[in-house]
Design a protein. Structure first.
Length: 309
């Protein structure tokens, strides 16, 4: 009889443990802030075996939903939505086993922007669109300015790095500000920069540090040379609007050091002045080859100018 009772207790205990392991519990995650009823109710959902499962939602202190979505075995899955405190949508994400996977869309909240956008605050405007593969950025990336959804930048990620052609745009304009090339996140190739009117401003070769500047109206080259970390070095050439050489100059650490050749628009040599080794007077001519200004230099920097009658 004692053996039967003991065996029954063992069986009951095993069944009870198994039942507890499969128990589904409704849970409320509490905050230490008890200033109001909603503030202490930050998250609601279910757990199974200690892991979050099914639909969960989280709250802002003002009682509005901050985010909502589903869990499988404690990991976010499928579509999740995040909201601003005023209830407007902030972010739509997709997850796979707890990692970002698929498209992610972020939205502007016009109620939080400057007055210039108040006429659009009722519109749902996209701020950015990006794509992920198991937690890593992969695929197309788009970012927008708030006004009229003009593009701010667009490009492609591969394995978390920028790759290929990227385009950046002037503020609230359809015109590009610059074009850039990347390879596994590294800046490569010739980058192009544009004026607001869409004409080419300058190009920069990421491998050789060669820079070329262009005229805003004609599109013809104005200057070219080497620029390292924003500073001019070595030999530079300047051109007239007709494309002919104007002068050849030498720079040292962004300081004009010497002029080796100075020509008029017909190719005739012009007098440089007293300028040498970064110091002295450098003549400036009009289109007819007449000196109209003396530029005074000291240690490679222009410190004064004198206009001539």
């Amino acid at each position: 009889m004692k053996r039967i009772i003991t065996l029954s207790l063992i069986v009951f205990t095993i069944i009870n443990i198994y039942a507890q392991e499969k128990e589904v519990v409704q849970e409320t995650v509490l905050s230490t802030d008890t200033s109001n009823e909603c503030a202490s109710n930050r998250g609601q959902g279910k757990r199974e075996n200690g892991s979050k499962i099914g639909f969960w939602r989280y709250f802002h202190p003002n009682c509005g939903i901050s985010s909502a979505g589903n869990y499988i075995n404690g990991k976010k899955t499928g579509e999740w939505k995040t909201y601003y405190e005023d209830g407007s949508i902030y972010l739509i994400e997709n997850f796979k086993e707890g990692k970002s996977h698929g498209e992610q869309i972020e939205y502007y909240n016009y109620a939080r922007l400057f007055d210039e956008y108040k006429d659009e605050k009722d519109s749902l405007k996209i701020k950015s669109i990006e794509n992920y593969t198991e937690g890593t950025k992969n695929g197309k990336y788009l970012k927008y300015f708030p006004k009229k959804s003009f593009l701010s930048e667009k490009g492609t990620y591969r394995n978390g790095f920028k790759t290929g052609l990227w385009e950046y745009y002037h503020f609230n304009s359809i015109n590009k500000e610059n074009e850039a090339e990347y390879e596994s996140g590294k800046e490569i190739g010739i980058w192009k920069y544009y004026f607001n009117n869409g004409n080419l401003f300058y190009t920069f070769n990421k491998e050789t540090n060669e820079v070329k500047y262009f005229d805003i109206n004609t599109g013809k080259i104005e200057e070219e040379g080497i620029q390292i970390k924003g500073k001019r070095v070595g030999t530079w050439k300047s051109y007239y609007p007709n494309g002919k050489l104007k002068f050849i100059s030498i720079y040292e650490e962004d300081r004009l050091w010497n002029i080796t050749k100075y020509l008029d628009k017909n190719g005739k040599r012009l007098k440089i002045g007293t300028f040498k080794n970064g110091n002295g007077i450098l003549n400036e001519y009009d289109g007819n080859g007449k000196v109209v200004k003396h530029n005074l230099y000291e240690d490679g920097k222009k410190i004064d100018k004198i206009y001539l009658n």
